[in-house]
Design a protein around this ligand. Sequence first.
Ligand SMILES: Nc1ncnc2c1ncn2[C@@H]1O[C@H](COP(=O)(O)OP(=O)(O)OP(=O)(O)O)[C@@H](O)[C@H]1O
Length: 272
Amino acid sequence: MTAGHASTPKLAVRAATKAYSTASGDFLALDRCSLDVKANEIVSIVGPSGCGKTTLLWSMSGLHKLTGGEILLDGKPVAGARPEIGIVFQEANLLPWRNLAANINFPFEIKGEKPDKMWIDHLLQRVGLEGFNAKFPRELSGGMQQRAAIVRALSLKPSVLLMDEPFGALDSFTREEMNRLVEEIWLDTPTTIVFITHSIEEAIFLSDRVVVMSARPGRVAKEYDVPFPRPRSLEIMATREVFDLQNAIKMDIIGGRASSQPAVVKTAAPVN
Ligand SMILES: Nc1ncnc2c1ncn2[C@@H]1O[C@H](COP(=O)(O)OP(=O)(O)OP(=O)(O)O)[C@@H](O)[C@H]1O
């Protein structure tokens, strides 16, 4: 996993602007949105519904063409899908007629490449899906399907993993379990992760930095460094400092619905 030059962000969003063409004219979803993500950093993006989070993530992936501005990966413009960038969506999107192993192999078949079986076996074991290779998606729970989607994305050894509300459809216990799993995998094999969520708690648990977007047209309104030590235990998540940070972000989202302010970086108080 390449980190790039120390001073070059792994992923840079430069004045990203996206207008969708609709029957009633252009619809501005992003307006000069800028953001840097460092190598091996976990950044969560939160913001009011419809502020352009998914639009931003898809633009980062190269799957969505911007109307203005650019996305840079290791300093080079991203134009179109890139093998270094993996994506996990809210739905696991497994092919129902293929078993788990065949689903994970699918992207390799498309690319005409040989999968790294040892790495895939390691990932399956890491997420607790070893021994499930012959199971079909209908035989797997929602949480297991999302684990499979994570394995499928990581099997390609991306240097950036984009996650669009990957656990939004799961019950809260499974969601917490999946959050711990993402942190464990990341501690094991550091990767740059951009994570979209509606849950401020999830964002704080997972991230080195939480980015708050303004209401549409989306821009970065505020950024918070999250200094709490890892792994983030239940005890840490129950501290006053985490509670205060959670409230500050919540107030930004509620209070910032009407305006796009220039980005401000704040650092939350560390837990002693
Ligand atoms: N293909 C499209 N054509 C027209 N408008 C679109 C399209 N995709 C998204 N939009 C609009 O752009 C805005 C931003 O959408 P986007 O899905 O990026 O926001 P979001 O912050 O991810 O939303 P949510 O939090 O509800 O998931 C929304 O108002 C949405 O309706």
